[in-house]
Design a protein around this ligand. Structure first.
Ligand code: SF4
Ligand code: SF4
Ligand code: FES
Length: 317
């Protein structure tokens, strides 16, 4: 049987260190099987979380070679093949506080998620007797959202959370917000949308790591885009992010390319833009900005305008 070595990032009583554990594995053994073997046979002090062993509970998510995965669904042999290596680095999820070894603190994340009211606010028409019924078509629009198992893989690799988590919610919180905004039974979609805007909807960096890492094929990045579209539909555009998107759209519609000097003013307004005169001057000195350059419309701009018009019409239907 082949041998694998896990280099596990340990964290015990405020001390961080790495420890190697080697073991033999068979085809079909998962990363979780390896951790259980280590705990039972090599080192009972190793701490990790897992429950269902079947990709359902979300408890076993961790990082292998810096990438978030579900330990119970990830075969050791596939990792050995992917990395061409008989050694893997196992670490706790990123963007979480580590409690011990591979165990992270979920409570602050769950508390933050409550900001978007991740529960149904039923319409008055519903009652305990009638229940909250909806058509199959409406149910189909939201059924995929129930696949989120709160594993945290999307959190682990989020670029915005890594840069600053103070003004941005975890990607799964936006998934929950979109779930209830899209639910035909919900009476108050704005009660989910508004806190999502306040909690950083326009600060997402579009890295798509959340979508790439979700083991349940959910698409938090797309849900953020849907919430932004809804914010426009509800005229909730009083933020730099929304203004930036609107200015971006107008430039493309008008000339088919960006007018960068104008874009900054339309995004931040004249007063805030004035505070950046120093930066603009430095950019001008290195030929990165020319405020007097007025870009010409691209050739065939009318075709671009037709595409945008068609997209708008399609969105209405
Ligand atoms: S797309 Fe946005 S929410 Fe998703 S990981 Fe990147 S920064 Fe985070
Ligand atoms: S959205 Fe996907 S990656 Fe994020 S917590 Fe839910 S299941 Fe896990
Ligand atoms: S142990 Fe439940 S998802 Fe892995």
């Amino acid at each position: 049987m082949p041998t694998m070595t896990f280099t596990i990032r340990r964290f015990v009583e405020a001390k961080s260190f790495s420890r190697d554990y080697s073991f033999e594995y068979m085809a079909g053994n998962t990363v979780l099987d390896g951790l259980i073997f280590i705990k039972e046979k090599l080192d009972p002090s190793l701490a990790f979380t897992a429950s269902c062993r079947n990709g359902v509970c979300g408890a076993c998510a961790l990082r292998v070679n810096g990438q978030a995965v579900l330990a119970c669904e990830t075969a050791i042999e596939s990792l050995a093949a992917r990395y061409h290596s008989a050694r893997l680095t196992i670490a706790p999820l990123g963007n979480f506080t580590v409690l011990r070894d591979l165990v992270v603190d979920w409570q602050p994340k769950l508390d933050r998620m409550k900001q978007v009211k991740p529960w149904l606010i039923p319409q008055d028409a519903f009652s305990a007797d009638t229940g909250c019924r909806q058509s199959q078509t409406d149910f189909d629009k939201i059924r995929g959202y129930t696949d989120c198992i709160l594993c945290g893989a999307c959190v682990s690799e989020c670029s915005k959370l890594a840069a600053d988590s103070a003004d941005f919610l975890e990607p799964f919180a936006f998934v929950k917000a979109q779930k209830y905004v899209a639910d035909s039974r919900d009476d108050a979609p704005l009660k989910h949308l508004d806190p999502a805007i306040q909690a950083g909807l326009w600060r997402c960096m579009h890295c798509e790591e959340c979508t790439a890492k979700c083991p349940k094929s959910l698409d938090p990045a797309e849900d953020i885009a849907k919430l932004r579209v809804m914010a426009f539909k509800k005229a909730m555009v009083n933020s730099a992010g929304a203004q930036h998107a609107q200015a971006f759209y107008e430039d493309i519609n008008d000339i088919g390319r960006l007018n960068e000097a104008k874009l900054a003013i339309r995004t931040d307004g004249i007063m805030k833009s004035l505070t950046r005169v120093g930066l603009a001057y430095r950019l001008m000195k290195v030929d990165k900005l020319d405020p007097f350059h007025l870009p010409e419309p691209i050739k065939n701009i009318s075709k671009v305008q037709k595409i945008l018009k068609a997209a708008k019409e399609a969105d209405k239907s």
